[in-house]
Design a binder for this molecule. Structure first.
Ligand SMILES: Cc1cc2nc3c(=O)[nH]c(=O)nc-3n(C[C@H](O)[C@H](O)[C@H](O)COP(=O)(O)O)c2cc1C
Length: 228
């Protein structure tokens, strides 16, 4: 057995905990999960109704169970409920987004965003009870301060973000994946070191009463998959 810093003791092998299902039960569960996930929508209008920290902790631990390159778990989740911190993040994000919408975004990008009805204003960053800022650890820092190479960081963190969003949805919460560009300001506001790159803000909470979402479609199976 060996203990690596920050990781539970690991080493050797153990029996896989696995429950085999028959095909019908497997299909029923796959369809039920699909139906549940199909009801997930990105929400931009949140209620201030509080959400217990324990729910966020459980969702983050689901995210942190994700597979990762060489099991390096190259992520940090900054979970923010403090109104003062949320206000600072909103102010910084709106400054960047204003610049983006008014100057940086080209006509193609603005056209792609038009159906979503978004603009530079981001009140949800203060209204929603939780902001989870997901940071990708570009490299690790070993016990002696030595730089440790991390493998497949964007892939690993992307999977963790998917699990985070799914877990929050399963807990009856709405989410918004928010990516102010650029978002380097999040390091200072969340007190994270420079080896951590902010990937997204996952805004979490209950939807506002009467919340509306854009009517959008999803591609069909034959548009997204090929079977060989
Ligand atoms: C990587 C990524 C970045 C996104 N950034 C933003 C964003 O900055 N602001 C926003 O309002 N929505 C953002 N979205 C949400 C998408 O617009 C949304 O997922 C898409 O329109 C599909 O809608 P749905 O999530 O309800 O299926 C982002 C989504 C992803 C996956």
């Amino acid at each position: 057995m060996s203990a690596r810093p920050g990781l539970a003791p690991s080493g050797g092998f153990e029996p896989l905990a696995f429950t085999a299902l028959d095909d019908a039960e497997g299909l029923a569960r796959a369809e039920a999960f699909r139906a549940a996930m199909r009801r997930r929508r990105t929400v931009r209008d949140f209620s201030p109704r509080p959400v217990p920290r324990a729910v966020i902790e459980a969702a983050v631990m689901t995210a942190a169970s994700a597979p990762s390159g060489a099991n390096q778990q190259p992520w940090t989740f900054a979970c923010i409920a403090d109104p003062a911190v949320k206000a600072r993040i909103r102010a910084a994000a709106e400054a960047e987004e204003r610049e983006f919408y008014e100057h940086r975004a080209g006509p193609d990008w603005l056209e792609a965003l038009a159906p979503l009805g978004t603009d530079w204003r981001k009140p949800f960053l203060e209204v929603a009870p939780w902001l989870v800022v997901v940071f990708a650890q570009r490299h690790g820092i070993g016990p002696t301060g030595r730089r440790v190479k991390h493998y497949y960081v964007p892939e690993s963190v992307g999977i963790a973000c998917g699990l985070l969003i799914a877990a929050l949805h399963a807990a009856g919460l709405a989410t918004l994946t928010h990516t102010p560009a650029p978002m380097g300001f999040l390091n200072a506001l969340c007190g994270r070191p420079e080896n951590e790159k902010p990937m997204m803000i996952v805004v979490a909470g209950h939807p506002a009463e009467g919340c509306q979402v854009p009517r959008i479609g999803k591609k069909t199976l034959s548009e997204v998959a090929v079977f060989l």
